[in-house]
Design a protein around this ligand. Structure first.
Ligand code: CA
Length: 387
């Protein structure tokens, strides 16, 4: 009798433990699922692992720009030991390229990678965080973001949209773009239809051109079918990947419009809040490392790509004439004045940007610029035959 009673107690105890285990497991699963409700890729994840979605404004697998979010995802995974991973989606896979900001703001994806100036219709002050005409180089932009108050003011600009920005890589100085005809004077720009985003687009319009905003993946077809007459994209390494040399002959420099085009990682604030302090730090440092990595890659690959374009594809490299550059600069001052007069936030960002730029430009005049000028001069002079 007593044996039977003990057996019965054990069975009841076992059933109670089983019930506790099942309820506990259900509760943990529910918590995990709700904290990652935006992710559809829970399959294969272990308990405590988080997988984010990174949506981008680039075609999937585009080298250069498209490598930025892939590098970021890899760093997240490596730094967190797999606790925080991310899957990258190209433009159009979840949302079209130019809807990335709204989608991250709404939490459709946790992270977006693109360029802030794509959102200038909604946020006029956003142009400063990618590039403004005749603005700062990549090195200078990084200095402003991380030691000159740039990132803080960018956070303020994006705060109403529930999005946190982080520097997302830079191309360095871009090329002025691909043209089907030579640009010898301002007259040659008149009536030209060009894809050129950001404030530079307004500047191009101000000197007589027409501006069209088109995502990278549609550039080739747009130029080929005559929807546009010219386009800027990035520089030799990335432009070669899009095949733009197949449909335009003249490749102009310098990139007056994007002297240090910075990209962005935008992170949904709710998704960020749900992370532990350690994972939040990893997001920040992974972005910072990916930011530098992109500039390193462009620096390493651009010249080989340019040599390839010229020697194997017959591309003709041309410098924009000084009078065209001067007209563009004059117009950029007028466009900037209009922007800061009508948008108080743009005026605030402009003050921060300009204060930093004035100082760094002055110093770079006798450091970076003076050195580059001097090395060219002595290297050229040393190659001149003596007699
Ligand atoms: Ca560009």
């Amino acid at each position: 009798m007593s044996t039977y009673s003990n057996k019965q107690s054990l069975v009841i105890l076992f059933l109670i433990l089983l019930l506790v285990a099942v309820v506990g497991f259900w509760a943990v699963e529910k918590a995990n699922t709700s904290s990652n409700h935006a992710s559809q890729f829970q399959g294969g994840l272990e308990k405590g692992q988080i997988q984010w979605k990174i949506i981008t404004t680039w075609p999937k697998n585009l080298p250069g720009l498209g490598q930025g979010p892939e590098t970021f995802a890899r760093y997240l995974d490596e730094m967190s030991g797999g606790k925080l991973s991310a899957r990258v989606y190209g433009a159009g896979e979840i949302v079209p390229a130019l809807d990335v900001f709204d989608a991250v703001s709404l939490g459709v994806a946790e992270v977006g990678h693109g360029a802030s100036y794509y959102w200038k219709g909604k946020i006029p002050a956003s142009v400063f965080f990618t590039a403004i005409p005749f603005g700062m180089t990549a090195q200078e932009m990084n200095g402003w973001f991380h030691y000159g108050g740039g990132l803080e003011i960018w956070e303020e600009v994006y705060a109403p949209f529930n999005v946190t920005p982080l520097a997302g890589g830079s191309t360095g100085v871009q090329m002025a773009g691909w043209f089907n005809r030579e640009i010898n004077s301002v007259e040659d720009v008149k009536g030209l239809k060009m894809r050129i985003p950001g404030m530079a687009g307004e500047v191009f319009t101000a000197i007589g051109g027409t501006t069209v905003q088109i995502a990278g993946g549609e550039l080739y077809t747009s130029l080929q079918t005559g929807v546009i007459d010219a386009t800027e994209w990035v520089g030799p390494y990335n432009d070669l990947a899009l095949g733009l040399h197949e449909i335009a002959k003249y490749y102009y420099y310098p990139g007056w419009h994007e002297p240090g085009a910075m990209l962005e990682f935008i992170v949904n604030k709710d998704a960020l809040k749900k992370l532990s302090p350690e994972l939040r730090a990893i997001v920040k440092h992974a972005a910072r490392a990916a930011n530098q990595d992109m500039l390193d890659e462009f620096t390493a690959r651009n010249n080989d790509a340019l040599v390839n374009l010229v020697e194997n594809h017959g591309v003709q490299v041309r410098r924009l004439p000084d009078d065209v550059l001067l007209a563009l600069y004059s117009a950029s001052q007028v466009v900037m004045q209009e922007l800061i007069e009508k948008d108080p936030m743009a005026a605030k960002v402009h003050r921060s940007f300009s204060d930093f730029y004035d100082g760094v430009r002055q110093y770079h005049h006798i450091s970076e610029q003076a050195y580059i000028n001097a090395r060219d001069k002595v290297i050229d002079a040393s190659n001149i035959p003596k007699d």
